[in-house]
Design a protein around this ligand. Sequence first.
Ligand SMILES: C[S@@+](CC[C@H](N)C(=O)[O-])C[C@H]1O[C@@H](n2cnc3c(N)ncnc32)[C@H](O)[C@@H]1O
Length: 350
Amino acid sequence: METGAHLLYFGDNAEGLRQLEQEQRLVDLVYIDPPYGTGDEFRIDENRANSISASGVPAYSDRTKGEEYLTALEERLFDIRMVMADHASIYVHIDVKMEHRVRVLMDSIFGTQNFRNSICRVKCNPKNFDRYGYGNIRDTILFYSKSPNRITWNPQLTPLSNEQLVRLYAKVDKEGRRFTTTPLHAPGNTENGPTGQEWRGLPPPPGRHWRYTPDKLDELEAAGRIHWSRTGNPRKIRYADEIEGALPQDVWEYKDPQNPVYPTEKNADMLAQIIKTSSNPGDTVLDCYAGSGGTLLQAASLGRNFIGMDNSPASLAVMTRRFKEASLDYKLVQLRELTGTETTTVTATA
Ligand SMILES: C[S@@+](CC[C@H](N)C(=O)[O-])C[C@H]1O[C@@H](n2cnc3c(N)ncnc32)[C@H](O)[C@@H]1O
């Protein structure tokens, strides 16, 4: 797909995904935030979006629950996998009540070997509701790849603060360079290989093997990269001035907008982080539960193509307005017609 060839499907994503498959279009990254089977009805009212108010027009229904909900999601996940390129990744956003059920589905469709992370996302400030239980301020993003190797991976390193540098790189050498040390051995016995042998008269500790062959350990020693403790324990030196930054861990704090333009609208910076990490410019990003179109807008602004899908007239209205404001060219593929009432919804929210 050439850059700028953005596609927006209005209608059931089952049909949209089938079309992609028939046209043999492959995507490089998938982010989805499907309904969570909450039993709620989400509404939208003059750009205020919530699930509590009875006013406004319906945005989307999350009434399907239990096994019916899981079966529908399983079918979509299966279809999504079919349109993913071999190097593609998928991020599935889900709440704490459903995460374990959806993870079982993901394991069976994508394979446990392709599980990458279960990301704990801090989504809001603490709320002091009275309840028999701790407050819930997080949800989950399940991250899987299509294949175990060669996935697109551009980790977004964050620079370390001075306080972190001093804490994490506490030792200073004769030249004044801050450093820390890491073990030279790893878990697991190597029965016959060179990493199981003695190095400089030292066997690896019981149940472990050297991380490097004896030749490589000699090289590290000659390059001054091995620090010997007072008890004669060798460790590898890592200098602070050679570190590009810290790899993001699997707890993310990206709170959702206080005044969303669409119910359950997700944090734009979080979406940008996912897109930058797991795709390259010119790639195609799929969000087939697009809602407010946040994923699609971030993808376009980062030089990716997008394929968006949603079957809600309110979502279509919000996306149409936002794409126009962003002067985005896209092709609308209408999989279903709007009824008379829905046309009113689109006009009211656009
Ligand atoms: C949780 S919302 C997504 C919110 C979105 N992540 C955002 O940031 O705005 C789920 C969306 O999925 C859409 N949806 C649910 N079932 C669908 C289906 N079968 N086909 C297409 N869209 C669907 C709903 O209309 C709703 O807009």
